[in-house]
Structures are given as C-alpha cells and as structure tokens.
Ligand binder design. Structure first.
Ligand code: NAD
Length: 266
C-alpha cells in the first residue's frame, strides 16, 4: 500500500522537488497533503491547507515530512503535537533551536521521529567515512576544517550538514562540538589550537550543496567531499525515509539507519 505523506513547506524548493520524486516513485507514495503559508496552492498535492488548520490533514498521513523553516517546525510541534502522536515525523528543516530539539525528543515517546539535515545517500556515506577518518587521525596531529557552499537563498549558516559532520568528528574524538568549534577566522587569530574544528560557509548562485572535510596533518592531507548536483537526491532520500519510517514504533531514528549504514549516531 502506498505511504501517505503530508509535506509541510509544500510550496518551497524541497516541497516541489518531493512532488517530482513522488511522480517517479511508481505509486509507492501518495502526497495526500501539503501545508503552505498562504499564496497559491502548489501543484502535485491532493489537498493543501494553512499551518493553523493542518491538524485534520496531518491525521490522514502515515508520515509527516517537514521541509520548511525553523520557526514553522517549532510552531508545528507546539500546535499539532496531538495530531502527530501515533504517526511518523521526518524533519529535514535545518537550523532548529534547542527548544525544538527538546520538543522532538518529547514527541518521540509517542511517535517515530527522524531528523536529518541531509537526506542524500552520498552525504550519509560521507558522514560514515568522516567518522572512520576521525577515529584514526588524532586531534593532536590532524586539524579538521569543513567548508560548505550553498545557493544564495539559503537562510542558515553553517549548513545543518556541516554541523552534523563537525559533530561527528567531535564525537569520534570524545569531545563536544561546542568546546572545539570555530566559525570562520579573521584578524589576529593567533596560532591554530590543536583539536579545533573550523567551519566555513560560502553562499552564492544556485549551488545545491557542497561539503568538504579536510584532515590537515604533518606531511599529508586527507580530504573527503560531496557535491549535490540536483535537489532530487534529497527528495528521493526523503521518500525512502518515509517508506522506511511508516508504521515504526515510537522513538528516534536516523537517516543512517534508513540507509543501512549502521545503527546511527547523527
Ligand atoms: P524554501 O524557502 O524554498 O521553502 C520553505 C517553505 O516553507 C516555503 O514555502 C515557505 O513559505 C514555508 N515556510 C517557511 N517559514 C514558514 C513559517 N514560519 N510558517 C509557514 N510556512 C513557512 O526552502 P527549501 O530550500 O525548500 O528548504 C527548506 C528547509 O529544508 C531548509 O531548512 C533547508 O535547509 C532544508 N533542506 C534540507 C535538506 C535535507 O536533505 N534534509 C535538503 C535541502 C534543504
């Protein structure tokens, strides 16, 4: 039976990429609804509604797929927690704050919840490779710098994927990202402390998403990178996650579990 999906942020770039991916999915999914912020209803959804009235539509879904904005995700959890209970929620929105993360943890006692800054197979493989590299290349000798690039309309920086990569390195090195994170450099910075994780964001044009993790050591450098050529890879990954998550028991799940890459840390 087709997985019934309601998309929050249906009129956005990802919402529209999901329509195209669903069209190519041979009936495996049904886009039973789209939640939008006013304006024209986007094509490809059986019904659309505003955020205030989304509860009834959410109750018709097996999976709610949120690709909107941090404000909208927070409002969704505040207003529609009851409707979300007993179904599956996938959040692809990036830049979530601590309160939203706490609300997601609370919801996971009653619903299957998956939060993924990146739905692509390649980026999740990149995360696994970075975890492996960070476990071998010690913090005293190998400096980690992460550079990401995205289109000019992206509203958060650094990207959620860059943060997930940085967190992966920090965890593999038995430390907290907050203790070693360094966003950009300018002026009289002094020498680079060992163990620091540098993160740098480029913005411009229509770049779908690029991430490079460099391990810079004495006499050698290891670089692991991913470039997204098309938003389609995120939409296809999101639909794969929806089919996997539908009907699962309440709890937190990861994209790496969906892809069979391991039990999942991100
Ligand atoms: P977008 O701006 O094109 O679309 C967002 C949609 O959400 C818009 O239609 C907008 O009207 C709606 N929206 C935003 N704020 C709202 C609010 N407060 N109330 C109601 N509606 C609101 O953005 P996009 O490129 O589609 O990306 C959406 C989100 O998905 C971003 O956070 C982005 O970083 C993330 N993203 C995730 C992945 C992934 O693989 N997980 C891939 C690409 C983008």
């Amino acid at each position: 039976m087709a997985t019934r999906i309601v998309v929050c942020g249906a009129a956005g770039r990802m919402g529209q990429a999901i329509v195209r991916a669903a069209g190519a999915a041979d009936g495996a999914v049904r886009l039973v609804g789209g939640v939008v912020r006013g304006g024209t209803a986007p094509a490809g959804y059986e019904r659309t509604t505003g955020w205030e009235d989304a509860g009834e539509l959410i109750r018709q879904a097996d999976v709610l797929l949120d690709v909107s904005s941090p404000d909208a995700t927070r409002a969704l959890l505040e207003r529609h927690a009851d409707a979300l209970r007993g179904r599956a929620l996938i959040v692809g929105t990036t830049g979530l704050d601590g309160d939203t993360e706490t609300a997601l943890d609370a919801l996971a006692a009653h619903a299957a919840v998956l939060v993924a800054a990146n739905f692509s197979v390649g980026v999740n493989l990149l995360l696994a490779l970075v975890e492996q590299a960070a476990a071998v290349l010690d913090a005293e000798r190998f400096d980690v710098e992460i550079v990401e690039a995205h289109h000019r309309a992206k509203v958060d920086a650094p990207s959620g994927t860059a943060l997930a990569l940085a967190r992966m390195v920090a965890t593999a090195r038995d430390t907290r990202l907050e203790a070693v994170r360094r966003d950009g450099r300018s002026g009289a910075t002094g020498a680079r402390p060992a163990g620091e994780i540098g993160i740098h964001a480029l913005r411009g044009g229509d770049v779908a998403g690029e991430h490079r993790v460099s391990f810079l050591g004495p006499g050698e450098r290891i670089e692991i990178a991913h470039a997204a050529g098309d938003r389609r890879i995120f939409a296809e990954g999101a639909l794969r996650a929806a089919a996997w998550l539908s009907g699962r028991a309440a709890g937190r799940y990861t994209m790496r579990q969906v892809l069979g890459l391991e039990s999942g840390r991100t």
